[in-house]
Design a protein around this ligand. Structure first.
Ligand code: PMT
Length: 224
């Protein structure tokens, strides 16, 4: 039995990596598999929410009953969030969007030189920060962020919580075994905007999704 505590609530979840093309055959990206975000979308649907899942490229099947929007680049993810933001009750930013993109995308395949000391310089420019943009325009929306860190986890996560105006942030150390990218489990610490910090043991991404949605459900009720 699953309590439908999110019935009638609209929840937008972003998941997966983004990709930025270099030329027609190459791109840069990161290790996000989408598992964390898809688990949240699935769980939110099971609890009665209307769910929109904005997903970068993944090999995962769309969870049943969830509206899926597939995007490639960070700019596409930014625009897609914009389509749903005003009418949603909660935005959960579990995606790992690339912060930089090549300044120029070559329309033809980049060729290598035959010289042994051949080098390739690519200039990268900033992508929009999706969470910061919408976080600083939020009205009634609950905003949940993630922080993928390799060091200084709490310091960096707390900075992101403030800068992006999240209600709470889910920090994971992506260097820990069983946490972060690709695995079916995660090890998280949740920090809220009152500075409260709660550390959780290793658990499945489904369990992490439940904990996040319990908090979202309480926050939505407290704002009603
Ligand atoms: O997909 P999996 O393989 O299951 O892995 C899960 C995960 C490690 C990707 C996930 O748990 C996670 O940590 N997601 C956030 C990854 C990330 O981009 O972290 P960040 O610290 O760079 O960004 C902080 C927050 O800002 C995140 O909520 C992110 O979605 C958001 N962001 C970042 C950059 C950007 N240009 N726009 C954003 O909105």
């Amino acid at each position: 039995f699953v309590e439908k505590d999110l019935l009638g609530k609209k929840i937008v979840v972003t998941a997966g990596p983004t990709i930025e093309p270099l030329d027609p055959v190459r791109y840069i990206s990161n290790h996000s598999s989408g598992k964390m975000g898809y688990s949240i979308a699935k769980e939110a649907h099971a609890r009665g929410a209307d769910v929109v899942l904005i997903s970068g490229p993944t090999v995962l099947d769309a969870p049943e009953g969830v509206e899926i929007v597939r995007v490639n680049t960070t700019e596409e993810m930014f625009n897609s969030v914009g389509e749903f933001f005003d009418t949603c009750d909660c935005l959960i930013k579990s995606a790992a969007p690339l912060d930089y993109k090549p300044e120029n995308v070559s329309p033809i395949k980049i060729k290598k030189d035959d010289k042994e000391n051949d080098e390739l310089d690519i200039k990268f420019i900033r992508n929009p920060d999706i969470a910061a943009y919408y976080g600083n325009r939020k009205n009634k929306q609950i905003m949940v962020g993630f922080a993928a860190e390799t060091n200084n986890i709490f310091e960096y996560a707390s900075e992101k919580l403030k800068k992006k105006n999240f209600d709470f942030i889910v920090a994971n150390d992506v260097t820990e075994t069983g946490a972060g990218f690709q695995s079916d489990t995660n090890i998280v610490t949740i920090i809220d905007n009152n500075g409260n910090l709660e550390k959780y043991p290793i658990m499945s991404k489904k369990e992490v999704a439940k904990i996040i949605l319990d908090r979202v459900s309480l926050l939505i009720k407290s704002k009603a």
